[in-house]
Design a protein around this ligand. Sequence first.
Ligand code: 2RA
Length: 331
Amino acid sequence: MYKLAVVGATGLVGSKMLEVLDRKNIPFSNLTLFSSKKSAGTEVQFKGQTYVVRELTEEAAQEPFDYVLMSAGGGTSLQFSPLFEQSGAIVIDNSSAFRMDDDIDLIVPEVNSPKLNRQIIANPNCSTIQSVVPLKPLADRFGLERVSYTTYQAVSGSGIAGKNDLSNGEQGLAPTNYPHPIYNNALPHIDVFQENGYTKEEQKMIDETKKILEIPDLKVTATCVRVPVQDSHSVAINVTVKTPATVEEIREVLADAEGIVLIDDVTNNQYPMAVNSTGKDEVFVGRIRTDDSLPNSFHLWCTADNLLKGAALNAVQILEQLHQTRSESHV
Ligand code: 2RA
């Protein structure tokens, strides 16, 4: 039975991790919840028991845990994940702190598996996770030449502050988290701008897609937009495949793929929508059609709950994947 810690247990993603753990059968005997000093002492209910959240300290990070689910931002992860790792734990980190380190696994269980060169495994960016799930079966079957993303990202991607800006905006109050009003607006600005005019969010999607799919020369570009939606990200994916394909063949490949629900019946106005993916585990894909402006190119549209598959569920699925591997190696 495992000793499990959840860091950031009172945040949006951390509490979602507990929700997911509650419905999974991962055999942990001992659960410890950590947070910043500010939230320490909070009582959290889990499986009928009350847990008092502890402040994460360097001493606490050296206690013996088997697994640590970390969702407390990049700074906290940089400071504490290596300490947990040195004490023998496998850390599954939801921040961007380690994602692009060469020796760190960047994992989406439907797509790839950990090599564990380090005992820190990075959870990818939410909009990347939901995009590589449909791209992986297309890569395997047809090969990938080029991917262009346009995202429509929910405010919960910015945590409680983003959700507050949207709800306050509806009351005519000025935003405190975003640089401009998000209510009745769309912001082509997620995270900070880089020298090259791309935002860090766009750069994450570009770099992480290549790493997860293990296609370093894949041509990828992205435009990431914040929209006035509470939960679930939507992504328009324009993809060029290497070998000729038809829409039907693409539909068949995606319909059989793990973690995907195909909703693609425009004659009956059936297609993925954020309101329908919120609270669900899968990635919803539809609007599949040819892009006649380029050879071997297609449009896809996908939606997913950014706090579930985009963060908490994917992290717990990595834990499940490791548990499965461990159980199989002990047979
Ligand atoms: C966002 N993907 O949506 C980023 C971080 N969660 O804000």
